[in-house]
Ligand binder design. Structure first.
Ligand SMILES: *Cc1c(COP(=O)(O)O)cnc(C)c1O
Length: 391
């Protein structure tokens, strides 16, 4: 009998029964090195004792109340995020898409309150912001959007990492009031933007009175070695969105606002039934505490640099390897040809990876990865890539 699951995923033929640290086991008892962390989610690896304890203890007290009551865990997590980002306000959601929806709504409401009732948002080519209708309209993937028209209007897509393209789009469309981007594109192929571009973009947004909105859903929460990837450019956005790593595996998203974006949303203008409940916020607090106390940002930076070097050395002069790139433990290996088959081959070799944009091997291992484990990862992956390119 065929499965009643709607086949929106072509799934790999494996199911995991349990995990520990950077390892996962399948039903046959085979062990896998997790180089993907559930697409950048399981930042503390699997079954981390502190996260398990926080979730179990909270579940035994109360899982859900409602946002019509005070939720102390939510307030505490908002305070932590505000402190780490230097930003003022936080609203919670259940996913990256939802956090970005909130950001889009905030930009529009900001326009509306300032006499611009059809605010437009500039977004980037090859960007990824989610699969809801609003975030899909903002997403720079023709493939993801196709067939779902009509999509919400009010988005202008420009070339990524090109300041003139942003300025010119604003010259042509006076209703622009925000720019939304990832500073290090994830789904788009682990494509970093230039630090100088980010700094100039920050200035341009300030000059023109636009909100700078940074999607840190994949790159945030220590992934690149800073709490938030934009901190490498020493800039502060007006709006930032978070999700993936924030709950260490439980579904949570957040939209963070400051400066001109603070105090824009008011009671009745936005809301969520589940967002920021006691369970996920207790998990979020445990994640942030553990990242801090175990110095996992520094670990992501040093082990990331180590892995980056190992991959570069191991793949140097291999025909077909275009580039190894990324920041911290958010790494991509771009080949000159589609390489989706590597995912299955790595799985067979006991390694979990992903391929994005057809040609980019993506690595997002847990931030607890050690240098030894990074070596093990490289020792499995490099020969697979070499063999594939030699075929
Ligand atoms: C994954 C991702 C999203 C979407 O998050 P979901 O939780 O899948 O809705 C949005 N933006 C970026 C940068 C992402 O990587």
């Amino acid at each position: 009998m065929s499965s009643p699951l709607i086949s929106i995923y072509s799934r790999l033929p494996v199911a995991f029964t349990h995990g520990e640290g950077v390892w996962l086991w399948d039903a046959q008892g085979r062990r896998y090195l997790d180089g993907l962390a559930g697409i950048g989610v399981s930042c503390l690896g699997h079954a981390h004792p502190r996260l398990v304890a926080a979730i179990s203890e909270q579940a035994a007290r109360v899982i859900h109340t409602s946002n019509i009551y005070e939720v102390p865990q939510q307030t505490a997590l908002a305070e932590r995020i505000a402190q780490l980002s230097g930003m003022e306000e936080v609203a919670f959601a259940n996913s990256g898409s939802e956090a970005n929806e909130a950001a889009i709504k905030l930009a529009r409401y900001h326009g509306y309150k300032n006499g611009n009732t059809h605010a437009h948002i500039i977004t980037m080519d090859s960007s990824w912001h989610g699969r809801t209708l609003g975030t899909l309209a903002a997403t720079g993937s023709e493939k993801a959007r196709k067939g779902f028209e009509p999509l919400p209007t009010g988005f202008i897509q420009v070339k990524y990492n090109d300041l003139d393209a942003v300025a010119q789009a604003g010259d042509r469309e006076p209703r622009v009031n925000a720019v939304l981007l990832e500073v290090l594109q994830g789904e788009g192929g682990i494509r970093p933007s230039d630090i100088s571009y980010l700094q100039a973009l920050r200035k341009l947004c300030t000059e023109r009175g636009w909100l700078l909105m940074i999607d840190e859903v994949q790159s945030g929460i220590g992934r690149t070695g800073k709490w938030f990837a934009h901190q490498w450019a020493d800039i502060k956005p007006d709006v930032m969105t978070l999700a993936k790593g924030l709950g260490g595996g439980v579904p949570i998203g957040a939209m963070v606002a400051t400066g001109p974006a603070a105090n824009v949303l008011t009671p009745g203008s936005h809301g969520t039934t589940f967002g920021g409940g006691p369970l996920v916020c207790a998990a979020g607090l445990a994640v942030l505490d553990t990242l801090e106390q175990d110095r996992l940002l520094a670990n992501a930076e040093t082990v990331g640099a180590h892995l980056h070097r190992r991959l570069e050395e191991g793949l140097a002069d291999v025909a077909g390897v275009n580039e190894v790139r990324g920041w911290g433990l958010m790494l991509g290996i771009e080949l000159d040809r589609p390489c989706g088959v590597l995912v299955t081959r790595a799985l067979e070799a006991g390694l979990l990876i992903n391929v994005t944009r057809d040609r980019v091997v993506r690595l997002l291992p847990p931030l607890i990865l050690t240098s030894d484990q990074a070596d093990q990862l490289a020792e499995i992956l490099i020969p697979l890539i070499k063999q594939f390119l030699a075929e």
